[in-house]
Design a protein around this ligand. Structure first.
Ligand code: 5GP
Length: 200
């Protein structure tokens, strides 16, 4: 008898500056059963970003065509650019028994949950808004105006907190990574829709 387990979708959302990318990178590096879903975006690559690594960079026409063809499991406009989660990679990876980590915004996260009710929803936040502001200022990447917009967005995103299942406070990176890994570990033992049991 062979049992083929299905992987889980792990949605990780957070306000800008809460350390989501660092947490996700550390989780992916240390958990061989969890892979990162590389999104498509119309945003321009930042210094050091490579096509196919952080994102698949594309233009608005191509993005809209893909959206129309149903190539995205979800897509959204975030801070003025389009972002979308490729559907074929997601479904194929789950069928192969691996977990897929989606680093996406709240709108996208809630959309995924509607389509994949078993998706695990994790929200990452700093201990308070003051710390978030301090991090946004100290990373020295954004103008005062951008920081103001990001803080306003953070307050809006926090209103959706109740729709998530886990809250991971990122006061200390290692602790936050351990918490996310513990949550994912528990999912590996859950029976997911689509898990098959073949008698041979
Ligand atoms: P950044 O451009 O700073 O990498 O990401 C901006 C925001 O877009 C982040 O909140 C990130 O999680 C979100 N994002 C990245 N990829 C996707 C995606 O495929 N779908 C959605 N809805 N949001 C995404």
């Amino acid at each position: 008898m062979k049992i083929k387990a299905k992987g889980s979708i792990v949605v990780v959302s957070a306000p800008s500056g809460a350390g989501k990318t660092s947490v996700c990178n550390a989780v992916i590096e240390s958990d061989k059963n969890t892979v990162y879903s590389v999104s498509y975006t119309t945003r321009k690559p930042r210094e050091g970003e490579k096509n196919g690594s952080e994102y698949f960079f594309t233009n608005e026409d191509k993005f809209k065509k893909m959206a129309k063809e149903g190539k995205f499991a979800e897509w959204a406009k975030v801070h003025g650019n389009y972002y979308g989660t490729p559907k074929s990679f997601l479904d194929k990876t789950l069928r192969n028994g691996k977990n897929v980590l989606l680093d996406i915004d709240v709108q996208g996260g809630l959309d995924i949950k509607k389509q994949y009710p078993e998706a695990c929803m994790i929200f990452i936040m700093t201990p308070d808004l003051k710390t978030l502001k301090k991090r946004l200022v100290s990373r020295n990447k954004d103008s005062k105006e951008t920081i103001k917009i990001r803080l306003e967005n953070a307050e809006k995103e926090l209103k959706s907190l109740n729709k998530y299942e886990y809250l991971v406070i990122n006061g200390n990176l290692n602790e936050a990574v351990d918490r996310v890994k513990t949550i994912i570990k528990s999912l590996d033992y859950r029976i997911k829709k689509g898990t098959v049991c073949k008698v041979s």
